[in-house]
Design a protein around this ligand. Sequence first.
Ligand code: NAD
Length: 480
Amino acid sequence: MEKLQNYIDGALVAPSKGTYLDNYNPSTGKVYSLIPDSDEWDVKLAVEAANRAFPAWADKKKDERADLIMHLAHLLEEKHDEFAKAESIDNGKPLWLSRSVDIPRAVSNLEFFATASLHFASESHNMDGHAINYTLRDPIGVVGCISPWNLPLYLFTWKIAPALAAGNCVVAKPSEITPMTAYMLSKLCVEIGFPKGVFNIVHGLGPKVGSAIVSHPDTKAISFTGGTKTGAEIARVAAPMFKKLSLELGGKNPVMIFADCDWDKMMKRTIDSSFTNQGEICLCGSRIMVERSVYEKFKKEFAEKTNALKVGPPLIDDSRLGAIVSKQHYEKILSYIDLAEEEGGKILCGGKAVKLGGEEKDGWYIEPTVIEGLPYNCRTNMEEIFGPVVTIMPFDTEEEALKYANATEYGLTAMLWTENLTRAHTIAAKLRSGIVWINCWLLRDLRTPFGGTKNSGVGREGGWEALRFFTEPKNVCIKL
Ligand code: NAD
């Protein structure tokens, strides 16, 4: 069985204790590879390597750094099919999705930040001709990047690319649930001769490896994407050490549908925003609010269309939903469907596990599920489920819709469907979330600020925000 390796100081190495964790294929429920069960010793070696590499990497001309990152992007693009298949097997997501979204976006992340770093500029403040200030933006040093399992290589590269392009050395940890494509990326780094120690990947468990990265005194900034509870734990450890922190956390995103929307566009994209990647995208809409005059029409059509979505093996072309990423997560989602029923919800479609036969008989599959009849503030409507489960509810006025939308402790994204321009702008301004999509979903311009408010996170990623996060500003004031 394939044993994955850490990538430390330019080499692929076994974990220091020689122990491994099982890596499951969610479509079959079977172990198919082994992951290094690394610990704080491996993290220490990685941080030391990164520290040694830092002065030379930070001193390199930015176009030399960009060239190396672009080289990695090109190689990844050449191996697109191999990576897409690996991502799909490791995560359970349909192959069409990793082909069309995950791997192309990982390539774009590398390309975007490699080139963005060439155009990054800093400020100058002239004091009425008496003095001039200019801001230097230096790389921070060694930084930690920790990513989740839902968009494995996509989110991993979203962090490491700006960190490296800005001149930092990186110690990164992909999720232990989906480590494969980060491992494959480390092999590409070896192939192109990425300078030793600049980029290190330590595999293993969050509370062991992740927490060792966060608590190591020499990691000066931590960029984390994952659950809100984990984010709180990271902040608890890192804040007293005065580390820079970027936290991209959970969501419970509202979708607000008004009777005047472009119906067919709304319907198609709301199916996507509910069930793409089995609903395991932090940006999925999970609470759908519909203006009462069209509620019954919406309910019927939405349930019919949801029922028609095929759940199947990830590598089969017509599977619209694949497998849930892990047994633990599968059980969590099913427990939330039970909770919804206990809270008085009516299941309009789905609601059960899907049992496939043959090779996939022990895989973790769940029907796309639509629930109605729940109060806006019950647990099902307040807590993140992160699966193919949505609730629908009617509203009468804009104020009521806004009250429901803003009711949770999360504030990542919100979707709004209306052709009324004034209403669109007015509601967008009042929504308490970091991102608002009007008449669209997941339309991403990598230059825009990305992140959440409230318990969905602290700080923003994307564009200059990421390059600012990964650099330390220094003001120089000259009296003229
Ligand atoms: P998670 O918090 O369990 O794990 C995320 C990463 O943190 C993993 O690599 C894990 O090993 C590591 N980790 C766990 N405990 C740690 C600790 N004590 N110290 C340091 N690292 C630790 O999250 P998950 O289950 O992998 O991902 C799902 C969550 O991620 C959902 O809540 C989802 O909304 C969120 N998410 C948010 C965004 C966003 O951009 N806001 C994007 C994707 C996913």
